[in-house]
Design a binder for this molecule. Structure first.
Ligand code: GLN
Length: 493
């Protein structure tokens, strides 16, 4: 049952063919049976059953049901939902209970979705493998010896494993798209400002966007229609009407695509190259044209991203001082406030978060500000301008989501720069504020295991809906071949 799309589940619940209660209890039972091997969830919500019963009661009373009525969904653990623990996979927030709900979450629930749990992530969303969680590893459902990507690895794995048809993550430099690519799911990073950030725990505020994971383009469009739109509680949120579902049938005839030259070449594995070729062949057969375009400043994407993301993080994470929010160290009564704050922070943060705070503080410090932060802000403009120039001639740009499929645990965790490089194709969209979608477009067999490969589609700001049209065209032409649930994990005992 959980293999079905969200839209199909909601339809069957609407006709009475299934009850929301049985769907949600099946999801919870499946998580209880199989998540021990995957580790996607940090917490599950038993209240989901009562909420499902309320959907069934509304149906019985003849009330009209919203589009995702009774559909189980998962939330990355940096999204607030009143009464849930929102840990950001950090010791700092291990016992933090949300006193309010994020706007995107409130809208998703207003659309009828039922939150069954909160998912694992890299601590404070800093990482690309979910190995930086303070609590547990999350395994890639396609190959349990490999990472699911990150930082939204738990949400990606939950959808890939078939626990839920939809999940929300957050994307600051690739954290929705890269794990989507690694797990064979769709992962969407909206135009900056299309989805409210209110209630998303901030990492780098000028880059963060909430984005969904799904296994069908129609589901993706449905969730995007639900969560996007202006929110007075987020001053950076934009006025723009969401028309995602309307775009499903638009097709790609006449659309001008271009590969981004800087993302091609031998950095990519053969499976990634084959997926790029497949996207071209499939879309050309549907009337699209393909070309190639150069964006020279993309070479500076990773450096620029880290010089902007870490200063913002060092500032955003200053609030976790043990006084109001986070874990407080137990010191003797003589300890002064500075000692308590610094001990609390030392006990709270893992090595990657410390590294980011140190880097960010350094880049902002007097004497280095001009050399690092302010220079990065100027390069950010150059990157945005390169995209604008490319979009004068093309409608959609195409790159790999990552240069390779999922890597093994430990393969990059000792080498921060190698880990950072895995976002080489995704960070520039956050810097420019553009929408991006990772679509599963192939498989690569490594050491006898079939691993999913993602291709990234990029559109101009505020034309997010175009990516839905492309994804739907690709999904139809390939009969959903690349949107399969990961092969069943054996349950132990
Ligand atoms: N991997 C990148 C980082 O570690 C991006 C993370 C994200 O998008 N949240 O910063």
């Amino acid at each position: 049952m959980m293999r079905e799309t969200a839209v199909d589940l909601a339809r069957r619940i609407g006709t009475g063919d299934l009850s929301a209660h049985e769907v949600v209890s099946a999801a919870l039972a499946d998580i209880a049976a199989r998540d021990g091997q995957i580790g996607a969830f940090l917490s599950v919500r038993e209240q989901a059953l009562e909420e499902a019963a309320r959907v069934d009661a509304a149906r019985a009373a003849g009330e009209p049901l919203p589009p995702l009525a009774g559909v189980p969904v998962a939330l990355k653990d940096n999204l607030n939902l009143t009464g849930t623990r929102t840990t950001c996979a950090s010791r700092a927030l291990e016992n933090y209970i949300s006193p309010y709900t994020a706007t995107a979450v409130q809208r998703l629930r207003a659309a009828g979705a039922i939150v069954v749990g909160k998912t694992n992530m890299d601590e404070f969303a800093m990482g690309s493998s979910t190995e930086n969680s303070a609590f547990q590893l999350t395994r890639n459902p396609w190959d349990l010896s490999r990472v699911p990507g990150g930082s939204s690895g738990g949400s990606a794995a939950a959808v890939a494993a078939g626990f839920v048809p939809l999940a929300l993550g957050s994307d600051t430099g690739g954290s929705v798209r890269q794990p989507a690519g690694f797990t064979g799911t769709l992962g969407f990073k909206p135009t900056y400002g299309r989805v409210s950030r209110y209630g998303l725990v901030a990492f780098a505020s000028s880059l963060d966007q909430i984005g969904p994971f799904a296994r069908s383009t129609r589901d993706l469009a449905t969730v995007l229609d639900a969560i996007s739109g202006h929110d007075p509680l987020d001053a950076t949120s934009l006025e723009a009407t969401a028309r995602f579902a309307e775009a499903l049938g638009d097709g790609v005839r006449g659309l001008r695509f271009a590969y981004v030259r800087e993302s091609l070449g031998e950095a990519n594995t053969p499976g990634v190259q084959a997926a790029l070729e497949r996207v071209r062949a499939v879309l050309e057969a549907r009337g699209a044209s393909f070309s190639e375009v150069s964006l020279p400043s993309l070479e500076y994407g990773i450096a620029t991203y880290y010089l902007i993301a870490t200063p913002e993080a060092s500032s955003n994470l200053a609030r976790y001082d043990g006084m109001v929010y986070s874990h407080r160290a137990l010191l003797t009564s003589e300890a002064d406030v500075n000692a308590v704050m610094s001990a609390s922070r030392a006990e709270s943060f893992g090595p990657e978060v410390r590294r980011r705070i140190l880097m960010g503080t350094y880049a902002l410090s007097s004497g280095y500000y001009d050399a690092y932060y302010s220079k990065a802000m100027r390069v950010r403009q150059l990157i945005a301008r390169d995209f604008e120039r490319a979009f004068a001639d093309f409608d959609v740009l195409v790159t790999p989501t990552s240069p390779y499929p999922a890597f093994r645990f430990g393969e990059k965790s000792d080498d921060p720069v190698a880990m950072y490089q895995s976002d080489v194709d995704t960070v520039s969209l956050n810097l420019a504020g553009l929408p991006g979608l990772s679509i599963p477009a192939g498989f690569e067999t490594l050491e006898g295991r079939e691993l999913p490969v993602g291709v990234q589609l990029i559109a101009p700001a505020l034309t997010d809906e175009r990516l839905i049209a492309v994804s739907q065209a690709f999904e139809e032409a390939t009969s959903g071949e690349f949107l399969r649930v990961a092969p069943q994990v054996q349950t132990v005992g």
